[in-house]
Design a protein around this ligand. Structure first.
Ligand SMILES: CC(C)(COP(=O)(O)OP(=O)(O)OC[C@H]1O[C@@H](n2cnc3c(N)ncnc32)[C@H](O)[C@@H]1OP(=O)(O)O)[C@@H](O)C(=O)NCCC(=O)NCCS
Length: 415
């Protein structure tokens, strides 16, 4: 495997290393203990699709075990995490991405740096595999300590308005999805993604696997004239049933889907918004803002490499703007490092390392390095960032920064 690395001793008999086939059952048990039975199908899917070699483990080889780890079936595996290769698309440009998943440390080993050791190892593997971006869908806050921020932008969650008129249109019906629906659902998902500017590709193997072993996830479809025309993936979120992903071919199918979902408990339904899609269109009338949703965490390990990868896209944005004529330079000052982009007559002539300044530089766009993912992936544009973070400055560079790095609508899924 191109991303393999040497085992590293952490002390106390603990060793962080890449997983092997012999670790499979122990990893499975460690994840089950950390995430509960509800996540079992997702762990099985990951092992099936990405293989056990996607994981790294901290193995207790010296009996440093401090709890009943040996009794929970996970044996020597004190902690585990995996790295999956994915493709994120930013305005259609493919960005090779490494997604960290299934970070789990046995209770008796927590707060001793095991998750950090695993994630840092996976970051090194990710760099060797050529990933230009890191992505994590995870619990709040923790990943900020590892250089991540909330990006790309989230999709707000809505609830149904009291009295929203959602009668199933004639000729429509809803039912649970079956494995035979896989191709139809994949097509509906792709169609919905066309409304967003930041998306993640989905592995074709997901749908058949998901529909065969849905676990605690419910997948519903709406049919119109006997054909699948909409679907929703839902799970329980506290007292609510949350539709975290849904798509519909048109407004009639979206209405049928919502009517079906709302049939038993309309007011406990939460639905992730999908602006620009037929479902989003129906939700403009039927939905009411509930919360901001759960954006993923992202990390840009090498700003220069990612900006160079995006050169063609940046050039297209520039060429379509008032900066298409004449010279322009964007200095991105990240306090600890800096990158400069030089452009002439709509063409980017160089993207190169620049000298960082600790003091805020006039004529430069300055932001904390951990906020870079938010800017590059369009979670917020520079003016929005400036409004929420006093460490962000862009005097005299607001318009150019916004032209090159505008806010973007995202529709990204954990898998
Ligand atoms: C979350 C979890 C993986 C942390 O594992 P760990 O080995 O204890 O983590 P570490 O000791 O390496 O801590 C890494 C950093 O995160 C911080 N941290 C750890 N757990 C945290 C938590 N629950 N909330 C906030 N910060 C946390 C630590 O302080 C540490 O920061 P520092 O290195 O800057 O001091 C572990 O508690 C666990 O398995 N929880 C259940 C499963 C889960 O929720 N996994 C995450 C799914 S996305």
């Amino acid at each position: 495997m191109s991303g393999a690395g040497q085992p590293v001793a952490l002390g106390d008999g603990l060793v962080v290393r890449d997983a092997t086939a012999a670790d499979t059952e122990a990893i499975f048990a460690r994840c089950r203990e950390a995430f509960g039975a509800a996540e079992e199908p997702a762990v099985r899917r990951a092992l099936e699709i990405h293989g056990v070699e996607a994981f790294a483990v901290v193995a207790d080889e010296g009996g440093a075990r401090q709890d009943g780890a040996s009794q929970d079936g996970a044996g020597h595996v004190a902690a585990c995490a995996s790295l999956q290769s994915r493709t994120l698309r930013l305005d259609g440009v493919a960005v090779p991405t490494g997604q960290v998943e299934f970070v789990a440390t046995a209770e008796g080993y927590r707060r001793r740096g095991l998750a950090r050791a695993l994630i840092e190892r996976l970051h090194a593997r990710s760099a060797r595999q050529g990933h230009l971006l890191g992505l994590i869908f995870g619990i709040p806050y923790l990943y900020r300590r590892l250089g991540y921020s909330r990006a790309p932008g989230g999709q707000p969650r809505l609830q149904l308005r009291r009295g929203a008129s959602l009668a199933a249109p004639p000729g429509t019906a809803t039912r649970p999805a079956t494995p035979g629906d896989a191709a139809a659902l994949a097509a509906l998902h792709r169609e919905a993604q066309a409304a967003a500017q930041v998306t993640t590709d989905r592995d074709d193997r997901l749908w058949p696997s998901l529909l065969t072993w849905p676990g605690e996830e419910d997948v519903a479809v709406a049919e119109r004239d006997g054909r699948v025309a909409a679907y929703a993936r839902t799970w329980r979120l506290g007292a609510r049933r949350w539709t975290f992903e849904a798509a519909a071919a048109d407004r009639l199918a979206a209405t049928a889907l919502l009517a079906g979902l709302a049939a038993d408990a309309p007011l406990s339904l939460a639905i992730t918004d999908a602006p620009g899609t037929p479902l989003g269109s129906v939700l403009v009338d039927a939905g009411l803002h509930l919360d901001a949703g759960e954006p993923p965490y992202a990390r840009v390990p090498d700003a220069l490499a990612l900006l160079r990868h995006l050169q063609g896209l940046l050039e297209a944005r520039l060429a379509a703007s008032p900066f298409a004529v004449g010279e322009a330079t964007l200095r991105l000052n990240l306090y600890t490092h800096a990158v400069a982009l030089h452009a002439r007559d709509g063409a980017i002539t160089a993207i190169e390392p620049d000298t960082p300044v600790e003091d805020v530089a006039v004529g430069a766009t300055t932001l904390p390095p951990e906020r870079l993912a938010e800017l590059l992936l369009g979670a917020r544009d520079i003016a929005e960032l400036e409004g929420v973070d006093p460490d962000v400055r862009c005097d005299g560079t607001r318009a150019l920064t916004r032209t090159l790095l505008p806010a973007r609508l995202a529709m990204v899924a954990p898998e």
